[in-house]
Design a protein around this ligand. Structure first.
Ligand SMILES: Cc1ncc(COP(=O)(O)O)c(C=O)c1O
Length: 493
C-alpha cells in the first residue's frame, strides 16, 4: 500500500523564516552597492520594470547575507529544515535549476558510493548528463508501456530486481515516479528490492512535489523510504519556474550520501541564486504544508467535476483509471486527467492544437490518442469551461495507430562518459548500423531512448526511429536531423 496519510504540524509549518528575514532586509531599504546590479532601480532597468513591475526588482536581492542565509541557525537553514519535515526527509536542499540540477546532484552523489547505476530507461536527459559528468557506469531497464495509448509508465519491483541481479556491482538505482501522466510506482516495494541488493534508491519525483499533502493524494517517495528524491516544485508544487527540491531519506545510506549530496550541491549551484526563486520555495512549502488539505481539496473537487462532465457528456473517455491496468502502476495522481480524445473522434495532438489555437486552452501534453490536463496543487480550473471546449472539437479521424514496443537496445560498447567525450562523425543512416551512438535518441511515442551514448546502433532501432519520425505527430528527440537521414556516431580509431 503506497498511500499513507501523515498529518503535519500545520501550525509549525505555517511559517516562512527565510522569507521573513528577506522581507526585513528589504524593508530596511539599505542603499544597494552590490549585486544584483539593477540594485532595485526601475529607472536603471525601465524595460524590465515595465515587464515585471517595480516590486519584483525591490524583492530581488543578493544572497549570502549574515542573518539571512549565513551564520549558524540562520533563517534559510530553518526553512530548509521545515521543508525536510514537510516531506518526511532527513534533510532537504533547495534547487534553483530544476530537477535537472537535482538529477545532476544525485548522479554525482551516488557515484561516490563506488558502484554502478541501474536506471529506468526513460529517465530524464539530465540523468544521462549526470552519467557523462560522473563517469558512473549504468545499465538500463525498460518500463511498462501502454502501446495502445502510447504512454510510458514506470518500473515494477520485479523488473528492478532482475536488473539489479544482472548488475551485481550496482550501488544505486533510479526510477521515475509519478510518470508524466500521473502513474505511480510501488515505491515501498522498489525500496525493499533495492535495499535487499544493498543498493540506494533514487526516485525522480519531478512530477510529484505535491504528493503527500492531502489524504487523497499518493504518499511522497521520501516518506515511503526512498534514499534520495528529486522533485520539481515548479511543476505541480506551486513555486516559481526552475525551482525544485532534493530530499535525503532516513534510510541506511543517509550517512554516506549526506556529505556527497552536500559536496555535489556546492558544485552544481550558482553562488548567486535568485532570492525570488528561493523565497518561492519557502512560500510554496508553507502553502502545501499549512493549507494543502484545504486548497488541494478544492483542486480535487474541480478535477472530479471535469471527470464527471467527461463521463456524462459521453463523447470522450476518462482514460485515467486505465493506467492501473499496468503492473508497474499501483496508484494515480488524481490531479491529472488523461482524456481519450480518439474515443470522441479526434486525435490527441489535433485536439490539443485546436484547443490552443481556437478554444483558448493550452495543454502541455498529448499523444496520438489522449490529451492530459495537469492541475497545479491548489488551482481550481473551470472544469465546465474545459468540458464545453472539448465538446466543441470537430469530429476527425478515429483511425488508431498502435505504438509498437521499441526493439531491444544494442549492446553497450563504451560508457556514456566515453561516448560523450569521444570525437564524433556524422554519417548517412545507411552507414550507421554497427557503429556506436554518440547521442541519446528517443522516438516519441513512447519516449524511451532507443539509442544511448556508447550503445551499438542496430538496424531494428534505426528502423523504429525512422518510422516514428515519418509518422504523423511522431517525432524523435535528440536526433542529429529530424528524419534521421544522418546520425552522429563515435569516430572509429
Ligand atoms: C522525470 C523528469 N525528471 C526531471 C525533469 C527535469 O525537471 P526540470 O524541468 O525541473 O529541470 C523532468 C522535466 O520534465 C522530468 O520529466
Amino acid at each position: 500500500m503506497t498511500r499513507r496519510w501523515t498529518p503535519l504540524d500545520t501550525a509549525r509549518q505555517d511559517r516562512s523564516p527565510y522569507v521573513d528575514a528577506l522581507t526585513a532586509f528589504i524593508d530596511a531599504e539599505h542603499v544597494r552597492w552590490g549585486i544584483p546590479g539593477h540594485q532595485g532601480s526601475p529607472e536603471a532597468q525601465s524595460f524590465l520594470a515595465q515587464y515585471v513591475g517595480d516590486e519584483v526588482l525591490r524583492l530581488d536581492v543578493q544572497t549570502m547575507v549574515e542573518g539571512i542565509d549565513l551564520g549558524p541557525g540562520n533563517p534559510f537553514d530553518e526553512s530548509l529544515a521545515l521543508a525536510a519535515e514537510a516531506w518526511g526527509a532527513r534533510r532537504t536542499w533547495f534547487l534553483t535549476n530544476g530537477s535537472s540540477q537535482g538529477n545532476l546532484v544525485a548522479g554525482l552523489a551516488v557515484a561516490g558510493l563506488g558502484g554502478s547505476l541501474v536506471a529506468q530507461r526513460s529517465v530524464h536527459s539530465s540523468v544521462v548528463d549526470a552519467l557523462a559528468m560522473s563517469g558512473l557506469e549504468a545499465a538500463f531497464v525498460t518500463p511498462d508501456i501502454d502501446t495502445s495509448l502510447g504512454i510510458l509508465h514506470t518500473l515494477t519491483p520485479e523488473a528492478l530486481d532482475g536488473a539489479l541481479t544482472a548488475a551485481p556491482d550496482a550501488a544505486a538505482a533510479i526510477v521515475v515516479t509519478p510518470s508524466y501522466f500521473g502513474a505511480c510506482a510501488d515505491v515501498e516495494a522498489l525500496v525493499a528490492v533495492a535495499h535487499a541488493h544493498d543498493v540506494a534508491l533514487v526516485v525522480d519525483e519531478a512530477w510529484g512535489a505535491h504528493l503527500g499533502f492531502h489524504p487523497d493524494l499518493p504518499t511522497n517517495a521520501a516518506r515511503l523510504g526512498a534514499d534520495l528524491v528529486i522533485a520539481s516544485m515548479h511543476k505541480l508544487g506551486g513555486s516559481l519556474g526552475q525551482t525544485a527540491l532534493i530530499h535525503l531519506g532516513h534510510g541506511p545510506y543517509a550517512d554516506r550520501l549526506e556529505p556527497l549530496v552536500d559536496r555535489a550541491m556546492r558544485s552544481m549551484r550558482s553562488t548567486s541564486e535568485s532570492t525570488l526563486l528561493l523565497a518561492s520555495l519557502d512560500l510554496a512549502r508553507r502553502q502545501l504544508a499549512a493549507r494543502g488539505t484545504e486548497t488541494i481539496g478544492r483542486s480535487l473537487a474541480s478535477v472530479q467535476r471535469l471527470r464527471d462532465r467527461i463521463t456524462a457528456d459521453g463523447r470522450f473517455r476518462d482514460a485515467t483509471p486505465r493506467l492501473r491496468d499496468f503492473p508497474s502502476v499501483v496508484d494515480i495522481d488524481p490531479l491529472r486527467v488523461v482524456i481519450d480524445t480518439r474515443a470522441g473522434g479526434i486525435s490527441g495532438h489535433e485536439a490539443r492544437r485546436l484547443l490552443f489555437h481556437e478554444l483558448g486552452h493550452h495543454l502541455e501534453l498529448s499523444t496520438d490518442d489522449v490529451v492530459v490536463t495537469i492541475v497545479g496543487a491548489g488551482v481550481e480550473p473551470d472544469a465546465d469551461a474545459f468540458a464545453d471546449a472539448l465538446l466543441r472539437l470537430p469530429q476527425g479521424s478515429t483511425a488508431h495507430r498502435e505504438v509498437s514496443s521499441p526493439p531491444p537496445a544494442g549492446p553497450r560498447r563504451m560508457t556514456v562518459r566515453e561516448a560523450w567525450f569521444a570525437e564524433a562523425d556524422v554519417v548517412p543512416v545507411d552507414h550507421a548500423v554497427g557503429r556506436v551512438s554518440a547521442d541519446s535518441v528517443a522516438a516519441y511515442p513512447p519516449g524511451i531512448p532507443n539509442l544511448m551514448p556508447g550503445e551499438e546502433i542496430t538496424a531494428e532501432n534505426l528502423t523504429f526511429l525512422r518510422e516514428t519520425a515519418a509518422a504523423p505527430f511522431g517525432h524523435v528527440r535528440g536526433a542529429y536531423v529530424p528524419d534521421l537521414s544522418l546520425v552522429r556516431v563515435v569516430r572509429e580509431a
